[in-house]
Structure formats: C-alpha cells, structure tokens
Design a protein around this ligand. Structure first.
Ligand code: CUA
Length: 307
C-alpha cells in the first residue's frame, strides 16, 4: 500500500478508537450516576433456601404483603412455571417496601414495567431489595427468563394506590365467598396454561372446559383433586387428542383454595354436572395425607378410561 494511503487509514482508525473509548467512559459514568442518585442497585442475595423448605419457611409459607411498621411493608413472592404467587400485589404509595423473592423450580425473573425493578429469581436462593413507589399506578410484572412453554403467559401485577385507599381496602371484607375464591385461584394459577376459559393449548395443556366435567362423571372426583395436589406428568389423551406436558403440584395452595378451584374447574364450560357436590376442604386435607408421584396420578387417570 502507498504510504500516504496507509497514513489516511490509520488516522480514521485512531478516530474510531477514540469514539468507542469515549463511549465506554460515558457508559461507566452513567452507571455511576444511576447508582449514586437514582437509587439503582443490584438485588442482593438474602439467604439460601431450598424449594423443598418453602412451605415451612417464615418468609414464604404464605407469600404476600405484610405490614411491618407504620409505613413499612414486606412482600414475599414465589415464582414457579408459569405463575407468580401472589400474582397481584397492592401497596400504598410512598411506603418503604422490602421484597423477598425466590423460585420453586427453574430460573425466572420479576420485571416491573415502568420501574427499574428487575430481579432474577433463582431456585435455592432468596433475592431481596428495597423499593419505594412514589406514584400510584398499575405496574405490570413479566418474567424475562425463558422458563418453558407458558413463559409468555407468566404475568403479574403490582398496584400502588393512595395511602387512604389502601387503608380502606384493608378494613374491607377479608374473605371472599367460595365461588370467588375458586375463580381467583384459577385466574392466578391455572389460566396461564389451561387458558382463561379452560380451552387448553393443543399438544401441551389439555382442555378443562367440559373435559373436567366428563372426568368427574367417570368417577374422577378424587383424581381431579390429586392431579391438582400432586401434579401429573407424561403422555395422556384428552378429548381424542394427545398431550404431553407437565402439570406442577399445587400443594402450597390451601385446602379451601384447592376445593374452590376444583368447583370452578368441574363447572367450566357446562351448565351443571349431574350429582356434583362442591368439594370440601376436609376432603382435600385427607387426600393430602396420601401423597402420590406425578406418575402415580397418571396411573389413576388411566384407570378411569378417559378418552
Ligand atoms: Cu418464568 Cu419465564
């Protein structure tokens, strides 16, 4: 190459190096600025906690919002494919909130739109961070770690309401009647896979609308409860089609919640089911005492001759 050409190219290379060098410095300064003035920080590891210990842990046995001081709250949240529990969180504006989050199965994330909350939820580990919501509003939570077929349906909501409104809501009725419990449990935990109307997803998540009623008619009252309590795994046939997915176990739900959601599921898509009796929490408690593996649950289903 001619020496003058070489010199011209070298000059441009130096300019590009200077520009990219300046950009790196700018990025570091922006991060430092965000850390110093905007309250940005990396979520910390609070402790180690095996998923099998969630049910007996002080923080996660009953995930949700707890008031711990005059204007201080704690929120514990458990992620599992493909839900957050609780799926809905309501907090008062301006309160100091400490979050504790973990995962029951695989790596998920909790990202709140329109805020800088974005946390990895790692099985075996509890993540914690402090946050204060300064404006009322509805923040949508999404999982931003691909966690399986229902990942895109893994959604939650965090509502920040004016303090007065929050206090009024706390004073309101705490227990919803049975049917409302079942509907709420279904919306929060089941709808992301089986769909809101129970229509299912071809090949992976079998339909519940009409199908659960059919199973009930075939004598599957106990089986339906066992499938919810202990999960189900492996190839099955439903409504003449093949499905091969994974139904997680839902033992963390209370007996009342499981009884309520079973009532909701059996009646999905049908007017009524002859001889249907609402599920009793005591019945769920009794079944809980005789745990099955997901494979054993499948064997119970096979014995029912469901098509
Ligand atoms: Cu959980 Cu993606």
């Amino acid at each position: 190459m001619r020496p003058d050409r070489h010199e011209a190219i070298a000059k441009w290379e130096r300019r590009w190096l200077a520009v990219t060098g300046l950009m790196s410095v700018l990025f570091v300064l922006l991060i430092a600025y965000a850390l110093a003035t905007r309250g940005s920080h990396v979520a910390q590891r609070h402790s180690l906690l095996s998923p099998s210990e969630l049910a007996t842990s002080d923080l996660f046995a009953e995930p949700g919002v707890r008031q711990v001081g005059p204007n201080e709250f704690e929120v514990s949240l458990v992620a599992q494919a493909f839900t957050f529990s609780p799926a809905e969180i309501v907090l008062p504006e301006g309160a100091a909130v400490t979050f504790y989050m973990t995962s029951r199965d695989v790596v998920h994330a909790y990202q709140l739109n329109n805020s800088n909350v974005n946390v990895e939820l790692i099985p075996g580990e509890v993540s914690t961070f402090d946050f204060t919501f300064r404006r009322p509003g509805v923040y949508r939570a999404t999982c931003n770690e691909y966690c399986g077929l229902g990942h895109h349906n893994m959604l939650g909501e965090l509502r920040v309401v004016p303090a007065a409104q929050f206090a009024a809501a706390q004073a309101g009725p705490a227990e919803a009647p049975g049917a409302a419990v079942g509907e709420a449990v279904y919306a929060a935990n089941c709808a992301s896979c089986h769909q809101a109307g129970g229509e299912g997803v071809a090949g992976v998540f079998p339909p519940l609308a009409r199908h659960a009623a059919e199973i009930y008619r075939l004598g599957g009252r106990e089986y339906l409860a066992q499938a919810v309590l202990f999960g189900l795994q492996g190839p099955i046939r439903a409504e003449g089609a093949d499905y091969d997915g994974v139904m997680p176990a839902w033992q963390q739900l209370s007996d009342e919640q499981i009884a309520g959601v079973l009532d909701h599921i059996v009646l999905l898509g049908v007017e009524d089911v002859p001889s249907f009796e609402p599920y009793e929490p005591a019945e769920i408690a009794a079944l809980r005492q005789a745990p099955l593996t997901p494979d054993e649950v499948r064997a119970v289903r096979e014995a029912l001759d469901v098509e």
